[in-house]
Design a protein around this ligand. Structure first.
Ligand code: GDP
Length: 183
C-alpha cells in the first residue's frame, strides 16, 4: 500500500474541514466547530494502475492534515506542509479576499518547499452557492480568474462543494493518481 501525506491550507471558514469530512465520512455539518491547531484524518482510495497489465486496483492511503486558518496558528503550518506530498489550498468562491489568502499560501509553499517536491491543488469551495437559481448567485471569484492563475502557477485546479459533495471525490482521486505516477 502506498501512503501519501496531504495538507489543507487556506483562510478560516473557507471550508477546509468540511471538504475533509465530505471526503472521509461523506457527510456535511452546517455547524462544524472550528479546528484548533490541526486535525488528522486518514482515508484510502483505489486507483487503477494503467502502466501495468494488472487488473488489480492499487490502494493508496492518504494521511490528511487539516490546519486551522486563523492567523494565530499560521506559524504552525510549516510543520504540516514540510514533508507533505500534496497541498490543497482552499478558497471560498463567494469571498474574493480568500483567493488572495490562498495565493499567499501558494507563494509560501513555493518559497519554502519548492515545486518539484509538492503537488499543489487550488480548490474553490462552496460551489453550491454559485450559479444556482434557488439561492441566487453569490459567486465573487470567476472561474477563469482562478483557472488562469492556477495554470500560470502550474497548480491543479477544481471548484467543489463540500455541502453537496460535488467534485470532492474527483479531487482526491486525481491527486492520488498523480502522486502514484510520480512516486
Ligand atoms: P474551515 O475553517 O476552512 O475548516 O471551514 P469549515 O469547514 O469549518 O466551514 C466554515 C463554514 O462554511 C461552515 O459554516 C460550513 O458549514 C460552511 N461550508 C463549508 N463548506 C461549504 C460548502 O461547500 N457550501 C456551503 N454553502 N457552506 C459550506
Amino acid at each position: 500500500m502506498f501512503q501519501f501525506k496531504l495538507v489543507l491550507l487556506g483562510d478560516s471558514s473557507v471550508g477546509k474541514s468540511s471538504i475533509v469530512h465530505r471526503f472521509v465520512k461523506d457527510s456535511f455539518d452546517d455547524f462544524r466547530e472550528s479546528t484548533i491547531g490541526a486535525a488528522f484524518l486518514s482515508q484510502t482510495i483505489k486507483i487503477r494502475d494503467t502502466s501495468s497489465d494488472s487488473t488489480e486496483d492499487t490502494v493508496i492511503k492518504f494521511e490528511i492534515w487539516d490546519t486551522a486558518g486563523q492567523e494565530r496558528y499560521k506559524s504552525l503550518a510549516p510543520m504540516y506542509y514540510r514533508n507533505a506530498n500534496a497541498a490543497l489550498v482552499v478558497y471560498d468562491i463567494t469571498q474574493q479576499d480568500s483567493l488572495s489568502k490562498a495565493q499567499n499560501w501558494v507563494n509560501e509553499l513555493k518559497n519554502k518547499v519548492g515545486d518539484e517536491d509538492l503537488i499543489i491543488c487550488l480548490l474553490g469551495n462552496k460551489l453550491d452557492l454559485c450559479d444556482s437559481s434557488d439561492n441566487g448567485d453569490k459567486r465573487a471569484v470567476m472561474t477563469d480568474e482562478a483557472k488562469v492563475y492556477a495554470e500560470e502557477q502550474d497548480l491543479l485546479f477544481y471548484e467543489v462543494s463540500a455541502k453537496t459533495g460535488q467534485g470532492v471525490k474527483d479531487v482526491f482521486q486525481s491527486i492520488g493518481e498523480k502522486l502514484y505516477q510520480i512516486k
